[in-house]
Design a protein around this ligand. Structure first.
Ligand SMILES: Nc1ncnc2c1ncn2[C@@H]1O[C@H](COP(=O)(O)OP(=O)(O)OP(=O)(O)O)[C@@H](O)[C@H]1O
Ligand SMILES: Nc1nc2c(ncn2[C@@H]2O[C@H](COP(=O)(O)O)[C@@H](O)[C@H]2O)c(=O)[nH]1
Length: 204
């Protein structure tokens, strides 16, 4: 039977740099990660593309997905729904490929229940003032939404102990190198090489 891929979950407060670090990680060919595109009812930001950044849905469409059990997890975050389509995740893991989810904390905790064997990484900001600075500098959110996201951030940061690893995003390259090392080590830990050696020893 084919060895399953690893389900990698990256969480962290809005603006910490999850998307930026993810893009850096995906340029690392040796990791060969598959990105799970989330569904959301949030309106697209300038430059965001349906089917690339998100599957943009109306609320009724999203609620249909919930009703039809099409989501591995979902959460309401700062007034919008976000969720992970289950079919892609299941199919890709079964093909032996690693799947990468970039999701907030409530959803990550649901995934942990369904996939305790997943690899859970929390990306932390150097400080709350730097977090605020990053959301403001990105320029995608109104002052009200920045306030709401920072309020959610404080609750999210309190949950970081529930993750397997906490990585500080001080510099993108450093955070990326650390996550790469974590994923590589996880592969070594789960490697099928070990049973192969056991078989060799039987022959001896
Ligand atoms: N290490 C870093 N140092 C300085 N700026 C950073 C760093 N990482 C990301 N940024 C910047 O911070 C802003 C937010 O980054 P990004 O959009 O990747 O965050 P996010 O965690 O994916 O946010 P969200 O959850 O809201 O989608 C961007 O302008 C990005 O360029
Ligand atoms: N629980 C889930 N959270 C998700 C999913 N996709 C993205 N997210 C997280 O939502 C917030 C806000 O995202 P934004 O794009 O509006 O800034 C952020 O923390 C994302 O990581 C998902 O499928 N499920």
């Amino acid at each position: 039977m084919k060895e399953k891929g690893i389900l990698i979950v990256l969480s962290g407060p809005s603006g910490v740099g999850k998307g930026t670090v993810r893009k850096a990680l995906f340029s690392e060919e040796e990791l060969s990660l598959q990105y799970s595109i989330s569904a959301t009812t949030r309106k697209p930001r300038e430059g965001e593309v349906h089917g690339v950044d998100y599957l943009f849905k109306e609320r009724v469409e999203f609620e249909e997905m919930i009703k039809n059990d099409q989501l591995l997890e979902w959460a309401e975050y700062v007034g919008n729904y976000y969720g992970t389509p289950v079919e892609y995740v299941q199919k890709t893991l079964d093909e032996g490929k690693d799947v990468f989810l970039e999701i907030e904390v409530q959803g990550a905790m649901q995934v942990k229940k369904a996939f305790p064997e997943g690899l859970f990484i929390f990306l932390a900001p150097p400080s709350l003032s730097e977090l605020r600075n990053r959301i403001v500098t990105r320029g995608t959110e109104s002052e009200d939404l920045i306030h709401n996201r920072l309020t959610a951030a404080k609750e999210e940061i309190e949950m970081m102990d529930s993750y397997d690893y906490v990585v500080e995003n001080d510099k993108v390259e450093h955070a990326c190198d650390k996550i790469k090392a974590i994923v590589t080590a996880e592969h070594c830990k789960r490697s099928r090489v070990a049973p192969r050696y056991k078989k060799l020893l039987e022959v001896e």
